[in-house]
Each structure stands twice: as structure tokens, then as C-alpha cells.
Design a protein around this ligand. Structure first.
Ligand SMILES: Nc1ncnc2c1ncn2[C@@H]1O[C@H](COP(=O)(O)OP(=O)(O)O)[C@@H](O)[C@H]1O
Ligand SMILES: [Mg+2]
Length: 238
């Protein structure tokens, strides 16, 4: 098991956003966390990457308790997050943004970094074409690719994706999800949170449903696609 979250609670001030959730991710899997707006998906991601403290529970990564570990040290351990809403540096070039992804690495000026860059460019040829462009002037889809590319530059073992399909046209959504599958096929474990359940469930090995801070259901991605309750709540089918 690569990631084991047990009874995790996270609060904003006095308001508890996660009420003790448990999630497991095995090495090599794609796991998706599905939930409506406000369910606590981003809060879960922030807790895993160390941007938000746990008020209860534990987070074990590759056998190590990282519940109270600093965020930058979690990146060093192999956890990298592509945050919600693209989160790029809009005034910096594509190349500069990608290099920001390597900040926690000791070998950032090494041939390994160049190899990682080539791998990102192979996944996202558009980023190679646009390497000198100011990131904020790129399209929404290109910025999303850059967010994922930057996260990959940290050479993660676990990639956290927070709503990668948000605001994208349907064709681009398909493309992003097929790239996620490709990233996973290269050996990177993926935890992806989504409101877009259809696409996420169709690529996921397993899925968890999050409702107002609690996990209410879990199972195989494909089984969930056929589940009438899931269909009604998350797939826009009555
Ligand atoms: N910075 C914050 N301060 C206070 N409350 C927050 C903050 N961020 C999120 N919340 C609250 O926590 C809950 C979960 O939010 P979030 O994790 O962003 O949900 P999701 O990503 O599923 O849309 C919501 O009720 C939201 O209003
Ligand atoms: Mg969110």
C-alpha cells in the first residue's frame, strides 16, 4: 500500500470539513475521489500534500507516518500535487513554471531533470511548442497541462490531481484523462478528485464517494459507473 489515510479530520477554524475519512491507494493504482462542490475534495488533497493540518487521524505514505511532516518534505518523499484551478505562475514562462516543479529536488540541474523535461514534453507536445510563452496567456487547457507537467517535474511516486477537467471543453477533457492513464502506465500512482464522475470512474481502478466530509461509498471504478445511485447523483442520469 502506498497511501493509507485513516480517520482523517480537517477543520477550518471551528468548522470541520472532513469528519474522519479513510482512503487507501495501492502502488500503481488510479484511485478517484468523487464528490459535489464543497464535499471536501480539495481539503483532502491539501491534507495529503501538507498544506492543511490534520486535526485527527493519520496519513501513512510508503510505510512512513507523514501526518505532521512539512509540505516540502512530502514532495521530497514523492508526493506531488497539481492544484485545483490550474495554480500556475501566470507571469512566468512555461519553462519557468516547469522548473518551479523541481524546487524540492536536489538534482534540479542534473541530466535527470532534462530527462524529466523531455518526458513531460512527450506527454504534452504543446508545452514544448510554447515553452517561452507567458503562462497566463495560454488557453485553459494548456494551463491545465502545464499544471500537471509541473507536478510531474518533481518526479512523483504519487500524483495528486485536483479536478483536472474543470472548465475544459469535452474533447480536451477526454484528452486530459487519456494522458492521466498514460502517466499511470509509466508507473506513477494517481489520486484524482473530480466532480466529473463519468470520466474519472472510467479510468479509475477504484473510487470513493465523498459527501459533506464523509466517505459514503467505495468500490471498483467500473462497478460505480453502473451503480444507479451514483448515476442519479453524479452522472446526471435519473
Ligand atoms: N480556506 C477555507 N476556509 C474556510 N472554509 C473552507 C476553506 N476552504 C474550504 N472550506 C470549506 O470546507 C468545505 C470543503 O471545501 P473543499 O475541500 O474546497 O470542497 P471541494 O473541493 O470538494 O469543492 C466547504 O464547506 C468549504 O466551504
Ligand atoms: Mg475543490
Amino acid at each position: 500500500m502506498l497511501l493509507e489515510i485513516t480517520d482523517l479530520a480537517v477543520a477550518y477554524g471551528r468548522i470541520e470539513a472532513l469528519h474522519g475519512i479513510s482512503i487507501q491507494v495501492d502502488a500503481g493504482e488510479i484511485v478517484t475521489l468523487i464528490g459535489a462542490n464543497g464535499a471536501g475534495k480539495s481539503t483532502t488533497m491539501r491534507a495529503i500534500s501538507g498544506l492543511r493540518p490534520a486535526s485527527r487521524g493519520s496519513i501513512i505514505f510508503d510505510g512512513e507516518d507523514i501526518t505532521n511532516l512539512r509540505a516540502d518534505l512530502r514532495v521530497t518523499r514523492g508526493i506531488s500535487q497539481a492544484p485545483e484551478g490550474r495554480g500556475i505562475f501566470p507571469g512566468m514562462s512555461v519553462m519557468e513554471n516547469l522548473d518551479m516543479g523541481t524546487y524540492a529536488r536536489k538534482d534540479r540541474r542534473s541530466p535527470a531533470r532534462d530527462a524529466d523535461l523531455e518526458r513531460v514534453f512527450a506527454l504534452f507536445p504543446r508545452l514544448k511548442e510554447r515553452r517561452t510563452q507567458v503562462a497566463g496567456t495560454m488557453s485553459g487547457g494548456e494551463q491545465q497541462m502545464l499544471t500537471i507537467g509541473r507536478a510531474l517535474m518533481a518526479r512523483p511516486r504519487l500524483l495528486l490531481l485536483d479536478e483536472p477537467s474543470m472548465g475544459l471543453a469535452p474533447m480536451l477533457i477526454q484528452q486530459i484523462f487519456s494522458i492521466i492513464k498514460e502517466i499511470n502506465a509509466q508507473g506513477i500512482t494517481v489520486l484524482v478528485v473530480e466532480q466529473n464522475a463519468q470520466q474519472a470512474l472510467s479510468i479509475a481502478d477504484r473510487a470513493y464517494i465523498l459527501e459533506t466530509g464523509s466517505i459514503v461509498k467505495s468500490g471498483q471504478g467500473r462497478d460505480m459507473l453502473g451503480d444507479p445511485a451514483i448515476k442519479a447523483a453524479y452522472l446526471g442520469v435519473a
